[in-house]
Design a binder for this molecule. Structure first.
Ligand code: NI
Length: 132
């Protein structure tokens, strides 16, 4: 992709906070940080506008909790039109990691993710969405 340069004027205070952000997040330079912030903002706008986005729901749970797995499978069937693939990894004797690739309207993906993540016994759950 072609890169174009442009000048930006900022108050010292804003520039200082940008530099702190660059350091905290270990960006190689200010351009990379600004690029990240712009993309993040555009992405979040497309979520608000309920546009079609793609993403992944990540769940970690103890597979001995049978009800949990049953509930999760039922929910995934209810939302099957949003789900592209499911990858299940057995992390150790007890724990499973499930990565559910999804695509659809942002609000529907959030609904599905919230329902899955709030199932009793889920140890960790998160939704990552990307604009398309
Ligand atoms: Ni497993």
């Amino acid at each position: 992709m072609q890169v174009q340069r442009f000048g930006v004027s900022l108050e010292k205070e804003v520039l200082d906070s940008l530099d702190r952000f660059v350091e905290q997040k270990k960006f190689p330079n200010r351009s990379q940080a600004i690029r990240y912030l712009i993309r993040k903002n555009i992405k979040e706008e497309s979520w608000k506008e309920n546009k079609i986005v793609a993403g992944a729901i990540v769940l970690v749970y103890d597979h001995h909790k049978r009800e949990l797995q049953k509930h999760s499978t039922e929910l995934q069937h209810d939302y099957h039109d949003l789900i592209l693939s499911v990858q299940h990894v057995h992390l150790d004797h007890d724990n499973c990691l499930e990565t559910i690739s999804v695509k659809g309207k942002a609000h529907d993906l959030m609904d599905l993710a919230n329902r899955l993540i709030s199932i009793k016994g889920i140890k960790h759950g998160d939704l990552v969405m990307s604009g398309m």
